[in-house]
Design a protein around this ligand. Structure first.
Ligand code: ZN
Length: 511
């Protein structure tokens, strides 16, 4: 991005992930990637498969390798990786995942550990950025000074040997744990050697460069860039916030705690086996209304579904049959026998389930009708690529109206509560004209409710982050892109009606 582009508006990516493989249950794909990275030979195989790309035109293995590699990083490293694809001041909504109750085994990482990582991530990023910058400055100064050091030093051999180690240390040219300590010592020495070798003027210059870099980094991180969302599974009973937390906490205490630690919103993921109208989630919606917190819900027949036994899932669905029929989520001809897990879990995920969420909130006497306008629920993925394709390539005229893309559009028009993001689904460029046309429907409410999001790093298997952002921006043009990546997203995150009235990120600084 050029500087001109940067100055025009702050971009918001409302849908990315930064959880590690350890946050994913063993029996899910995270288990596979952990397995890959635990067993060196398999890691070697993956890297060999990476190379297949050079022999064929298919880069699938490269993408699988990239996905596995990113998942093995720490949250701050994952974020550091996605930053490179966006302008420096871009803000990111980072969605956490609570996968403990989905029936796929316990994840290695505790849920509060995942949240704690994100609560402190900006501070870590700031420290790590400075470390990186410092290494670079040290390296450059050292490269210039080494000939002088060798010339003036009486212990040339020792210095030369040290020079080699230092070069490796400062370029991070090793990952071998046993050598890291040695390099750390060498790095310390580098600064001492430099200080003895440089003359006063050069030394002042060196310290000045370090100071300036630090200032630059402080400035970069002075505004909050990471807006994490707490994932809430209503089946969770343990709302501990740390290992030593002895206090008896309820779900709302838990949300309150993390909100005060910088979490901006709430994420729910019904395909893990619950309905969004769950009575405990009702408390979450009330809380969200009271504190004007946005909610993002997964809304496509997903890749990650409940792994609970099918019998249990079917019972849960059958128990709600009459309600599901009324909401038009359950078609009267639907049979639950011989049905795929994905289809089964889509009963929980269906967009029309949220009609009941709104009905229940209207019935709640403690919530005033006018307060309902403070609720904001975003349907992530716009129904998913398969559903958008059903809309674009209908089998019959009637079937144009029988897909999640159509249902979500109805909801966006019917109620001010709903928003939608294009993450994941719009990785497919064939949908671009459809997006542009929707944004041109000025008489409709929808253009103001579409949010830009990418679904990093879940998207790494199917598309490139950089290509996605640039393609959408290039195709829509600056005005329309600003609408989805700035105006709409800001309204969703911070409230307010018209984007232009929000002056200079005042709301963000209050966060
Ligand atoms: Zn996602």
């Amino acid at each position: 991005m050029t500087n001109v582009e940067k100055k025009t508006f702050t971009m918001y990516n409302t849908h990315i992930h930064a959880f590690q493989n350890e946050a994913v249950p063993r029996c899910l794909f995270g288990g596979i990637s952990r397995f890959f990275y635990k067993h060196k030979k398999i890691k070697w195989i993956i890297h060999a498969l990476y190379r297949i790309r050079t022999l064929t035109n298919n880069d699938l293995w490269e993408r699988i390798g990239r996905y596995t590699e990113i998942g093995s990083l720490k949250s701050w490293q994952i974020l550091d990786h996605v930053f490179q694809f966006y302008p420096d001041d871009t803000k990111f909504v980072v969605l956490t995942m609570d996968m403990v109750h989905m029936g796929a085994g316990k994840p290695k990482q505790k849920y509060y550990e995942q949240l704690e990582e994100l609560a402190t991530v900006e501070e870590i990023l700031r420290i790590e950025s400075f470390k990186k910058a410092r290494k670079k400055i040290l390296k450059n100064t050292l490269i210039e000074a080494i000939p002088k050091i060798i010339e003036t030093s009486t212990k040339v051999r020792k210095i030369k040997k040290l020079g080699k180690i230092l070069t490796k240390a400062i370029t991070n040219d090793t990952t071998k744990a046993r050598k890291i300590e040695k390099f750390k010592k060498a790095e310390k020495n580098a600064e001492n050697i430099l200080k003895t070798a440089l003359n006063k003027k050069e030394l002042v210059q060196f310290e000045e460069t370090l100071k300036e870099e630090k200032k630059e980094i402080e400035k970069k991180y002075s505004e909050k860039r990471i807006l994490p969302f707490i994932c809430i599974d209503p089946r969770r009973t343990d709302w501990k916030i740390s290992k030593d937390d002895k206090k008896k906490r309820e779900m709302i205490d838990f949300i309150e705690y993390w909100r005060k630690r910088g979490f901006r919103g709430i994420k729910i993921y019904p395909p893990l086996g619950y309905f969004p109208w769950d009575k405990d989630l009702h408390k979450v919606y009330s809380y969200a209304i009271e504190h004007e917190i946005p909610i993002i819900t997964h809304c496509s027949p997903g890749v990650i579904n409940s792994r609970e036994c099918r019998r249990k899932l079917k019972k849960r669905i059958r128990d709600n049959k009459s309600e599901l029929i009324r909401l038009k989520v359950w078609n009267v001809n639907d049979k639950l026998r011989c049905i795929s897990r994905k289809k089964l879990c889509s009963y929980f995920t269906h967009p029309y389930n949220y009609k009941k969420v709104i009905e229940d909130l209207i019935e709640d006497r403690e919530i005033k009708n006018e307060d309902l306008s403070k609720l904001k629920i975003c349907f992530a993925h716009f129904g998913g690529a398969t559903e958008v394709k059903k809309y674009l390539y209908p089998k019959s005229l009637e079937s144009i109206k029988e897909n999640w893309f159509y249902y979500i559009r109805n909801l966006l028009e019917e109620s001010d509560v709903f928003y939608v993001d294009i993450s994941g689904t719009w990785g497919d460029s064939q949908f671009d004209p459809l997006l542009k046309l929707i944004l041109l429907e000025l008489a409709s409410k929808t253009p103001k409710k579409i949010l830009f999001g990418s679904d990093y790093y879940m998207n790494q298997i199917s598309f490139s982050e950089r290509n996605f952002g640039l393609r959408i921006r290039g195709y829509l043009g600056e005005d329309k892109f600003k609408q989805i990546a700035h105006c709409n997203t800001k309204t969703f995150l911070y409230g307010g009606k018209v984007c232009e009235k929000l002056t200079n990120s005042k709301e963000e600084k209050n966060e």
